[in-house]
Design a protein. Structure first.
Length: 66
């Protein structure tokens, strides 16, 4: 309960910190475009990693003759 009250007090005392969230969009289109591309790239990382592992494992099995 004490930690919650400290957080609420901090948000009340420092409102500009609360407004500086990472998903707030600026008036510039370049910032919005960069945000969209980075979201797309970070969303694709698990698929790329899984695909790389799959092809590596498949090549390893082919080398063994399985």
């Amino acid at each position: 309960m004490r930690a919650f009250l400290i957080c609420v007090l901090g948000l009340w005392v420092f409102p500009l910190v609360v407004q500086a969230c990472p998903v707030c969009f600026s008036a510039k289109g370049a910032t919005l475009n960069a945000f969209r591309w980075s979201t797309l790239f970070l969303g694709m990382i698990p698929f790329i990693a899984f695909g790389a592992f799959f092809f590596w494992y498949r090549a390893k099995l082919k080398n063994r003759g399985l």
